[in-house]
Design a protein around this ligand. Structure first.
Ligand code: A3P
Length: 343
């Protein structure tokens, strides 16, 4: 595959300097506001790349989410559903989920990981995938900023209650910062209270959180056959129902025979928090994000284990004060209530 020439838009640094800027929490450096949403420079660069170069195919399935909403779980489920007939059995040692972290099975549009690199242009790898097989892809890009060609395609969105999203991100960012301290432009340390204030004001990775959710919610109302909107909490409460729905949506429905034989149950168990978090690859491996910059390639590292913390609904109660919880509930009600969406 010939590598596409564009690596970093020449004027990227210049462009950054013209964008509204905010103190970042979690991602290092600062957040930049682009098309109404906040990004770290790495994810912004990737987003612009994707907007310029990514060409969707009719057969693609895109998993979209705000970070920390259950992306890892959904990636695992999609892979397990699509691959359930190829690997003999779900517990076969060659099953991708037993060898790789779910993020190394389903690539992001906007950043490259160690499994999905060809050269330094992030799109080159995606273009190289065989045309015959449907691509499972993922993104944190807000609906309104998606590459144009994606807009006609099929999308699964996973949404989660913002109180748990905030806590999940805060915990993740502590881990991320300790692992990448030297590589990131050191951002001034920030307290959880300060991060909370920023989150409430919409300043978070790919935030405002509520606008992110709303973009996809509205799309799912307008195009229900193409955009499936799922809530993390519903997935936890009635996993079987929602996994069946997901399988139908991505064109791999479970037959009644498979259900009788326990295949649906096996997929759910394979992708459960308990199972995935105890796999060797997820206990000890590292997820590498490859970042192109004007000074060459750089790598950001995340322990695979950081994608599996508690996996429960309502853990925010153990970390936020009653006032904080109430404040987030109020914002959510104000922003989403009129659209008939509860989180
Ligand atoms: P907590 O931090 O609340 O535990 P993302 O995958 O979008 O980064 O979201 C991470 C969150 O999903 C974390 O939440 C993580 O523990 C949870 N998670 C990861 N795998 C899961 C699974 N198989 N089932 C349920 N939750 C899972």
């Amino acid at each position: 595959v010939e590598e596409n020439k564009m690596i970093v838009p020449e004027n990227f640094e210049e462009m950054l300097s013209t964008l509204p800027k905010e103190k970042s929490w979690g991602a290092g450096g600062c957040f930049y506001k682009y098309q109404g949403f906040w990004y770290s420079s790495v994810w912004l660069l990737g987003t612009i790349w994707a907007q310029q170069c990514f060409k969707a195919r009719d057969t693609d399935f895109l998993l979209a989410s705000s970070p920390k909403s259950g992306t890892t779980w959904m990636k695992a489920l999609m892979i397990a559903i699509v691959n359930r007939k190829h690997h003999g059995s779900l517990s076969s040692s060659s099953h991708p989920l037993l060898i790789k972290n779910p993020h190394n099975c389903v690539p992001f549009l906007e950043v490259r990981d160690q499994e999905h690199m060809i050269g330094s242009n992030p799109i080159t790898y995606l273009d190289s995938l065989p045309a015959a097989s449907p691509r499972l892809l993922s993104t944190h890009i807000p609906y309104s900023s998606l590459p144009k060609s994606v807009l006609a395609g099929r999308i699964v969105y996973i949404a989660r209650n913002p109180k748990d999203v905030f806590v999940s991100f805060w915990k993740f960012s502590e881990q991320f910062a300790s692992k990448n301290n030297q590589k990131l432009q050191k951002s001034p340390s920030i307290s959880m209270e300060e991060a909370f204030e920023l989150f409430c004001n919409g300043v978070s990775t790919n935030g405002p959180f509520w606008d992110h959710v709303l973009g996809y919610w509205k799309a799912s109302m307008e195009r229900p056959d193409e955009v499936l909107f799922v809530k993390y909490e519903d997935m936890k409460r009635d996993t079987m129902h929602h996994v069946k729905k997901l399988a139908e949506f991505i064109g791999h429905p479970f037959s009644s025979e498979e259900e009788r034989e326990g295949v649906l149950q096996a997929v759910i168990e394979l992708c459960s928090f308990e199972n995935l978090s105890n796999l060797e690859v997820n206990k000890s491996g590292t997820f590498q994000v490859h970042v192109a910059s004007q000074t060459g390639q750089n790598q950001l590292l995340v322990d695979n284990s950081a994608f599996f913390r508690r996996g429960e609904v309502g853990d925010s109660k153990n970390h936020l004060t009653p006032e904080m919880l109430e404040r987030l509930d109020k914002i959510t009600q104000e922003k989403l209530g009129t659209f008939g969406l509860e989180l």
